[in-house]
Design a binder for this molecule. Structure first.
Ligand SMILES: Nc1ncnc2c1ncn2[C@@H]1O[C@H](COP(=O)(O)OP(=O)(O)OP(=O)(O)O)[C@@H](O)[C@H]1O
Length: 858
């Protein structure tokens, strides 16, 4: 049987079964790829195409653009991982059998794809994706005959599969023309394991060309829009090599999982709690000695906490040694204020209502008592989930899970995350796997629990209930389900082993809200409120949650303005249309991990392409994004130094990203609470941070109202207007390009829309709607599009020229490096560690320093 690929669009569509198209040899006109295989006879319904598709459907995350594949040693591990996943996924026995047949029974012949054949280069993404089939490998080789490069597929027969190919398959999508003419294989392959020099291999890989697979598109590649994830992959690969040399297979699965986060963060974020638990479960089971002393054994596989880290400050709370050890490992030397003010009481069974500013460590304040209970209980006895944590958003659920996971490093606890937007079947599996802690959003959790008596039973045996970000739970989308959950949980006859359930309610603005509300009420209303709280209010929530303590331990450590003490605030006054200029100035002058908040999704869509044109590593986050993409973007933002996340208020609350240096309110937030929560994404965990608000004349009213509510005015941020002016042309040009591209895309989109719907309705459209290239209007449109494209091209050329120029102060020229006002200009131009990369006349400085310096000088 043979496959003959024709020139076609998308990689996956490209595969053709040769029963309909015969391979005709390597002629440039009609065939660019010819792959021959000699499978044993099988019925037509089990054609390779059928099986490949089945496999893809079973596990869509396995799809890879193989041009970006790392080394085949990584492939080997990926394949192992794949195989592992295949077993756990709901794959039918037939498909598994077919997969095995592909891997083991078929004899794969090598094939060549000379890249000089027109179109072959473009199409290789699809071809290379044959690597999706386990055991099939491919690599580039110099083609003496054609002078181009050849893609070689390696046979994956039973014998050769044992000697996995160690060649590196990787392809740089940029510079296509260059590649076509004189491209060379990056690394030649060998089938002999011993001959492979792993280190040389690592050196030779052009990591910067690796891009996140699901973001890959030809258009993006051509426009240089693909964001490299190379540095991250390099690190992973280095780790992987290190672990291979070290402890070997034990670390393998971990590396694989980490490797996967580059492509598949969301799956990881939610699945890992399951899989890691399973792993750790089986690990700890294996490692337990007869007396059940697992901790000594854990030492062997997990890194030992630094002995110099002193965690004696935690000892007063009688924290279990395994948790103490995790705290030591995390280098949390002492409790934060909210932790120290609640832990003594919570460890002694008290209910807690706590309010502390964002980033103050509330999660551990309720997490430690829950995990302490798990440490102390009989491990063989599962009598329902120990803890239920209710959170308002999916992102927060994943984040709380991460905090819990970090703390369970040296113990065994199963943590299930139950949130909307994920597969119900998967979440059912998690609920069925006897979780110790459930972290859930009220909507999805209630949906699952209310229709299943077993889960209802589990709910009623929960021993710890925590409501995090309680103020946000008051929103209509959450409150109803939350009330149902409270009602059900409180119906329960309490578990025999527990005298009573413990409840925690935490928020950043909880008490402030209550106080403010009370302040604005009349005396009569206040009295009425005392007897019967306003439906859907915080008092209502607290009333329904079902505390067992008559007077829960009440802690409010929020400052008057509710922002962290380590937060510095500033504002920039400018007209709305100039905000882009000031933002770009800020990002260039003070590079750092920056979270930019805007008030609408449209604004995010407008800003992202402009910032990308200006070479800023920028990601977006908003509610209309798929959940998977949202988590992925947060992950990329977290991992890319000096990157920017442009977000709507979906990210304002609860999102814990370490080392966010700056928060910029591009538009004045609609409420004081939102300002507090947005700003709380920086200055977390006692670190310093800066929040800057951009205020246009139209927003001044809102700004003053907000200041009034927060009881403070915000000082101006020092801006160098001369530099703003010098950077403006870049921003203007980027906006111009963006507008042209938008227009072009819009027209094409509209035409395609009409065309698609006309075809669906089987009607012929008037040429006004769908002009053809034959008529006058059609050719006019074509012409105008051509002009637009040329304009875009020319503007892009001008922009890249501008971007290449350094911004120097007035009267300074880089032509005469040693004769200007700045004597060491040459040194400054080359020393990126001390001087600003774009404005080399200025030293590197943090915006926080600039504000402090400005304050001192006034
Ligand atoms: N004792 C501690 N020492 C140092 N860091 C800590 C400590 N406790 C928590 N942290 C870290 O502080 C950060 C903020 O913690 P957490 O997310 O629990 O804050 P939060 O009060 O819940 O914030 P938000 O209201 O924004 O959700 C986390 O990165 C966490 O790991």
């Amino acid at each position: 049987m043979s496959f003959a690929g024709k020139k076609a669009g998308n990689g996956n569509k490209r595969r053709r079964n040769s029963s309909s198209s015969q391979s005709t040899g390597k002629t440039a006109e009609d065939t660019w790829a010819d792959i021959t295989m000699n499978p044993p006879p099988m019925p037509s319904s089990k054609s390779p195409k059928f099986i490949a598709n089945q496999a893809e459907q079973t596990n869509p995350t396995d799809r890879m653009v193989s041009a970006n594949e790392p080394t085949s040693s990584t492939n080997k591990k990926k394949n192992k991982k794949k195989a592992k996943r295949v077993k756990t996924s709901a794959e039918t026995p037939t498909v598994m059998k077919d997969r095995e047949r592909i891997e083991w029974e078929w004899e794969w012949d090598d094939v060549s794809v000379p890249t000089h054949i027109s179109g072959a280069d473009n199409e290789l993404g699809g071809l290379v994706s044959f690597q999706e089939i386990d055991g099939v490998d491919c690599m580039w080789e110099e083609d003496q005959a054609t002078g181009g490069r050849t893609l070689k597929f390696f046979s994956a027969g039973k014998q050769s599969n044992k000697k996995e190919c160690k060649g590196v398959v990787q392809e740089k999508q940029k510079n296509k023309k260059k590649k076509k003419n004189n491209a060379k294989p990056i690394i030649t392959s060998t089938l002999d394991d011993e001959e492979v020099d792993e280190e040389a291999l690592l050196e030779a890989v052009d990591w910067d060309s690796f891009v996140a697979v699901d973001e890959f598109s030809e258009e993006k590649a051509a426009a240089g829009e693909l964001v490299s994830i190379g540095s991250r992959m390099r690190e992973m690969h280095q780790d992987e090599m290190g672990s291979e040399m070290g402890s070997g297979s034990e670390n393998e699965s971990l590396d694989d999982e980490e490797y996967e986060t580059a492509d598949d963060t969301m799956e990881m974020d939610v699945d890992i709690s399951e899989s890691k638990d399973e792993d750790s479960n089986s690990d700890s089971e294996n490692e337990q000695d007869e007396d059940g002393h697992e901790d000594e054994k854990l030492d062997a596989s997990l890194d030992v906490p630094d002995p110099d880290v002193d965690v004696s400050a935690w000892e007063t709370y009688s924290i279990h040694p395994l948790l103490l050890r995790a705290l030591k490992h995390l280098r949390f030397t002492s409790p934060t204020e909210i932790q120290s003010k609640t832990l003594y009481q919570s460890m002694n069974g008290r209910d807690i209502i706590g309010a502390a500013e964002t980033g103050s460590g509330k999660t551990l304040a309720f997490g430690i008592p829950m995990l302490q209970h798990i440490c102390n209980k009989d491990k063989d006895l599962w009598d329902g989930p120990t803890g239920l944590v209710l959170v308002p958003t999916r992102e927060l659920a994943v984040q709380v899970k991460n905090h819990f996971m970090a703390l369970t490093r040296f113990m065994h606890a199963r943590i299930a995350v139950i949130v909307g937007g994920m597969s119900v079947a998967k979440q059912e599996r998690l609920l069925n796997s006897n979780p110790d802690i459930i972290i859930a959003t009220p909507g999805r959790f209630w949906e699952m629990v209310s229709t299943n008596d077993i889960y209802l039973g589990h709910l009623q045996s929960v021993k710890f209930l925590a409501v995090d970000e309680a103020d946000r739970m008051l929103q209509p989308g959450n409150f109803r389900e939350l009330s149902h959950i409270f009602k059900t949980i409180n119906k329960a006859p309490l578990n025999k082993t527990m005298s009573r359930r413990q409840t925690f309610v935490f928020s950043a603005t909880l008490l402030k809200d209550m106080q403010l509300k009370k302040r604005h009420l009349s005396e009569k209303a206040k009295k009425r409120m005392k007897d019967r709280p306003e439906p859907g209010s915080m008092e209502d929530l607290i009333g329904r949650v079902g505390f067992h303590d008559k007077t829960p331990h009440f802690v409010d450590i929020t400052s008057i303005d509710a922002t962290a003490k380590t937060l510095t605030e500033a504002r920039i006054d400018c007209v709305a249309d100039e905000k882009d200029f000031y933002l770009y100035y800020f990002l260039v002058r003070y590079p750092g991990r920056t979270l930019v908040f805007v008030n609408s999704i449209d604004m995010i869509r407008r800003m992202l392409p402009i910032m990308r044109l200006l070479n800023i590593s920028v990601f977006g986050l908003h509610a209309q994004m798929e959940q998977r993409q949202r988590l992925k973007n947060v992950d990329k933002f977290r991992d890319t130094p000096n990157s920017v996340l442009v977000a709507s208020d979906v990210a304002a609350r609860g999102l814990d990203i370490p080392q966010v240096e700056y928060v910029i309110h591009y538009q004045v937030p609609r409420s004081g609470d939102l300002y507090v929560h947005r700003s709380g994404r920086t200055a977390r965990a006692m670190q310093e941070g800066l929040a800057i608000m951009m205020v246009s004349p139209e927003e001044r009213k809102l700004y003053y109202k907000m200041c009034d509510k927060l009881g403070k005015e915000i000082a101006p941020f020092p801006v160098d207007l001369d530099l703003v002016g010098r950077l403006n042309p870049r921003v203007k040009l980027a906006r111009e390009i963006n507008a042209l591209e938008h227009k072009l895309n819009k027209n094409t989109h509209e035409r395609n829309w009409f065309k698609k719907h006309a075809e669906e309705m089987d009607i012929e459209l008037d040429s006004d709607f769908l002009p053809s290239s034959d008529d006058e209007r059609g050719s006019e449109i074509k012409h105008s599009e051509k002009v637009d494209k040329m304009q875009i091209k020319s503007a892009k050329a001008r922009l890249s020229k501008l971007m290449a120029q350094k911004i120097l102060g007035r009267g300074i020229s880089s032509r005469y490096l040693s004769s200007g006002v700045i004597g060491d200009l040459a040194e400054r131009l080359s020393d990126k560690s001390r001087f600003n990369e774009v404005i080399p006349t200025l030293p590197k400085q943090s915006a926080l320093e600039a504000v402090k310096k400005n304050k001192k000088s006034h």
